[in-house]
Design a protein around this ligand. Structure first.
Ligand SMILES: [Zn+2]
Length: 561
């Protein structure tokens, strides 16, 4: 069943010029990870999609019809360019020590793996004048879909594919490369033929593509520890609410599990507000002993109680003009709640043991990881204070609800801790990355941060962080995922379970299940089922009879395929 397909897939096996070194197909497929339980496919650290070629064709057609050929083509090229650039970044991150030709040869392989086109390299030279290369493209999905949508074209139409090649080549070589399609199947040629050369003879699409490409690739600055990292939809929604309320003086209540980054949000709220030049103070209400909360928040007058030998300003006074962040507000005592309420109502505090009111102008941002309304119902939290604080609630998503941000956060923390501990790290091993992508993070971003710091500390200098460096206390739970095998079919991931290994069916059992499923799906048509499984009709017939899934026939071999 497995046959010799893998070798035939390798462009280098047929190419005359490109050496068959560098990341081979199997190394590249190892980075495709199917995680159906979380509704995701990962391509290295990027979420990927499996969509029908016809859906891609429809999208392309609608773009061209809506925007017209010129603008539509420019958009398609920008998307293709960004795609090639991302793939090149992936290869560069995974195979950093590789020389240029092997890395370059991974581009066509990725393009094939992703299902866009079948590439045969014809020529590849990287000389003093720059890059010169020539490729033959068979079965371009873009050519096929263009013909399906618009009929045969007079000009080459594999715009997205060419832009991909340009994005990949430019990112890999750091040179300006022009990719021109000189023959195209959509224009009636047998193949598409593509030439890459130094971009001195620049095409017209170059300038706008570069300008907009900047916009596509913006990322938060890696060094800014106070930036909120992530681009997932739930995070963007929370961030948008934060931006909306920042300019006002409204009380904000941040709700979310422990470790989701409530203080980070509060800091950002402060930075976006007109109070940004004034102090930002954070208080964890759970960390202060109950009898000291009032003194801590509102200050003490000398002699107020034994040990109060000097007057002292509380956090409210010290945060004057700025923002006070009250974390774990649900754990504040009823007495402190009453005082806090009065401060919020009157904009005035009174120190413990003091008799005069002190005017203050402080914006309060509160945070809770318990449901405050439940606390109100249970009479542990004042109802009036709840309504004071809950003017503008923002829910911060747990990390498992924003899994798409995990790779960005990993990158951020790696850079942060490598610098902090003065220890260059080459990244993560594949097993470590898979485990991190699949983990549930009960402790949220803070837990991920701790795991990465642990990894940086445990890994070798200039080495990669391995799974064993990160998960050392049984945090990891086995969840089923799937990789692409060389025969193109999915194989279950070898996710080790720390205590109870998930029972995997044996290979013969898997085979039996596959045959039975195909047989059933083809409503008992053995020829169809065999075609689906990629085996001969006679083989399937034999197996079905062996397993008793099909009654013996008198002359099975007499039937014509
Ligand atoms: Zn073409």
């Amino acid at each position: 069943m497995s046959g010799s397909e893998p070798a035939a897939w390798l462009p280098a096996a047929r190419g005359r010029a490109t050496p068959a070194i560098g990341p081979a197909l199997q190394e590249l497929t190892d980075w495709v990870f199917f995680s159906p339980e979380s509704g995701r496919i990962w391509f290295d650290k990027q979420r990927a999609l499996l969509i029908h070629a016809s859906t891609f064709g429809m999208l392309r057609r609608e773009i061209l019809q809506a925007l017209g050929t010129d603008r539509g083509r420019a958009l398609i090229e920008r998307v293709g360019y960004a795609h090639g650039k991302r793939d090149a970044e992936l290869v560069r991150a995974r195979w950093p020590v590789e020389q240029r030709p092997p890395r370059w040869s991974a581009g066509p392989r990725l393009h094939m793996l992703e299902g866009f086109v079948n590439v045969t390299p014809l020529r590849y030279e990287l000389g003093p004048r720059g890059l010169e290369a020539e490729y033959l493209w068979a079965d371009s999905v873009e050519a096929d879909e263009h013909v399906a949508a618009f009929g045969q074209s007079r000009e080459p139409v594999c715009w997205m594919l060419c832009a991909y090649a340009a994005g990949y080549a430019e990112t890999t070589h750091g040179l300006c490369v022009e990719v021109e399609e000189v023959e195209c199947r959509a224009a009636g040629h047998d193949h598409c033929r593509v030439i890459a050369r130094p971009a001195s003879r620049t095409g017209p699409a170059r300038a706008p593509r570069r300008a907009t490409e900047q916009g596509l690739m913006t990322r938060p600055a890696a060094r800014d520890v106070t930036a909120i990292v992530g681009a997932s939809a739930p995070l963007m929604a929370a961030r948008r609410m934060l931006e909306q309320v920042a300019a006002t003086d409204a009380s904000v209540l941040l709700r979310g599990e422990s470790g989701v980054g409530k203080e980070l949000f509060a800091t950002n709220l402060h930075r976006l507000s007109r109070r940004r030049e004034k102090p930002f103070l954070a208080v964890n209400c759970a960390a202060i002993p109950e009898e000291l909360v009032e003194a801590e928040l509102f200050g003490v007058e000398r002699g107020a109680f034994t040990g109060a030998t000097a007057s002292r300003a509380g956090r409210f006074e010290r945060a004057n003009g700025g923002t006070l962040f009250l974390d774990e507000i649900g754990l504040m005592s009823m007495t402190a709640q009453a005082k806090l309420l009065r401060v919020l109502q009157e904009q005035e505090i009174e120190r413990v043991g003091g008799s005069r009111g002190i005017r203050i102008d402080v914006r309060v941002v509160a945070a809770t990881n318990v449901d405050l309304w439940d606390e109100v119902q249970a009479r542990r939290f004042r109802r009036d204070l709840f309504f004071r604080l809950n003017v503008f609630p923002i829910d911060l998503p747990p990390l498992r609800a924003r899994r798409d941000d995990i790779p960005l956060l990993i990158e951020r923390f790696l850079a942060l801790y490598a610098e902090l501990h003065g220890k260059p790290i080459r990244g993560l091993s594949k097993a470590a990355l898979d485990a991190l992508l699949d983990y549930d993070y009960p402790g949220n971003v803070r837990e991920l941060q701790n795991l990465i710091e642990r990894g940086v500390i445990c890994a070798e200098q200039d080495g990669r962080i391995d799974k064993a460096h990160i998960f050392r206390h049984g945090e990891l739970l086995a969840r089923p995922g799937f990789f692409l095998a060389t025969n193109g079919r999915l194989r279950a991931s070898g996710a080790e379970a720390p205590s109870t290994p998930a029972p995997l069916p044996s290979l013969p059992e898997l085979e039996r299940q596959a045959c039975a499923a195909a047989f059933e799906a083809s409503h008992g048509n053995v020829s169809n089922a065999a075609r689906q499984l990629g085996i001969t009709r006679a083989t399937l017939e034999y197996r079905l009879r062996k397993w008793g899934l099909r009654k013996p026939r008198r002359a099975p071999t007499a039937q014509v395929e």
